[in-house]
Design a protein around this ligand. Structure first.
Ligand code: NAP
Length: 309
């Protein structure tokens, strides 16, 4: 079962499972509001009890992802708490009652973005965060996701996977890649933040990783999965220009201070893949290769019409 099936990740999860011939119960927000406890109980019962499948896995791709709105609008903050903190616990509890497992998706925003204390990466810079590094979200969205993780662990101690990811884009909905491609057509030059580091993650690659995790016998726990390698938003924007055949030199680096946003952005969003690889799960491909594959599958990411075959 996939909840949040209409979002970027949810769409790719459902597509992949259907391509693989896997029976999948897809629930968009309109079909299942995960904050509605009764509806969640009924939906999970119908799905998990109906199939008689020992390996039933619920993949929760639903989230309140309007990070800045959650920071500035109290009503949005309440909605973020309901969707990101409380609802994952409801889903996890329902899974346990019906013999299913849950794969729940979380975020780099649970960390403060200063990098793990006391560890350096091979290049002398900060190391990637490991799952057991202390969390400490800097903003509302991150705090709601942090609470959601814990509620999943508490409700389903032996039947959960929490997977933190970062910098997700895909064929569905608004995202950074789409925005950069549009701006390339509107502006001669662009200033893009060059002091925040992370790993762009194509939602289709993440979906494949989550499905592999759900099928594996990996013990319950918290793991990290992002595209391979590290860049900055400026680096990603330049790669989008390359994909467009435009001059990446038109993208100029700027600092976070020059581009203030309501919600604090982590300066260091790099999540170590060690926990993923140690579980024998397939690594997500390097972010630059993934971007090229993503625009091949979704030419509209670059503002181009899909090729009709
Ligand atoms: N995007 C990123 O950069 C990023 C980074 C790190 C982690 N993540 C995590 O990755 C996961 C997938 O995110 P995404 O990028 O696919 O986000 P997305 O495109 O915004 O998808 C989230 C989906 O959840 C749905 N939703 C919201 N409230 C709901 C509710 N009450 N009940 C059911 N569905 C609800 C949304 O529906 P509406 O559109 O109708 O509201 C949307 O379809 C989330 O857990 C997110 O926190 C994302």
């Amino acid at each position: 079962m996939v909840t949040g099936a209409g979002g970027a990740l949810g769409t790719d999860l459902v597509r992949l499972l259907r391509e693989q011939g896997e029976p999948v119960t897809a629930r968009t927000r309109a079909e299942l509001d995960i904050t509605d406890a009764d509806a969640v109980g009924d939906a999970v019962a119908r799905w998990a009890d109906g199939g008689g499948d020992e390996g039933a896995v619920l993949l929760n791709a639903a989230a309140f992802t309007a990070v800045d709105l959650a920071e500035t609008d109290p009503e949005a903050a309440r909605a973020a708490h309901a969707v990101n903190a409380v609802a994952p616990g409801l889903l996890a509890g329902a899974c346990v009652r019906h013999g299913a497992r849950i794969v729940h998706v979380s975020t780099d925003y649970v960390f403060d973005g200063a990098g793990p204390r006391g560890r350096r990466g091979p290049d002398g810079g900060p190391a990637g965060y490991e799952p057991d590094d202390p969390t400490g979200a800097a903003g509302v969205y991150g705090r709601t996701k942090e609470e959601g993780e814990q509620r999943v662990r508490d409700a389903a101690p032996d039947a959960h996977h929490v997977v933190r990811t970062a910098w997700v884009y895909g064929g569905t909905g608004a995202n950074f890649v789409r925005t950069m491609a549009r701006l390339a057509g509107e502006r001669e030059t662009l200033d893009v933040v060059d002091d925040q580091h992370g790993s762009p993650t194509w939602s289709a690659d993440l979906a494949a990783g989550l499905v592999a995790l759900g099928r594996s016998g990996t013990p319950s726990g918290t793991r990290h999965a992002t595209g391979g390698g590290v860049t900055t938003w400026c680096g990603l924007a330049r790669a989008v220009f390359e994909e467009l055949g435009a001059d990446p030199g038109r993208v100029h680096g700027c600092t976070t201070d020059q581009f203030p946003r309501p919600a604090p952005r982590p300066a260091w969003s790099v999540l170590s893949p060690a926990s993923w690889e140690a579980a024998g799960l397939p690594p997500l491909r390097p972010w630059r290769e993934a971007l090229a594959a993503a625009v091949r599958r979704h030419p509209d990411l670059l503002g181009r019409a899909p090729v009709v075959r």
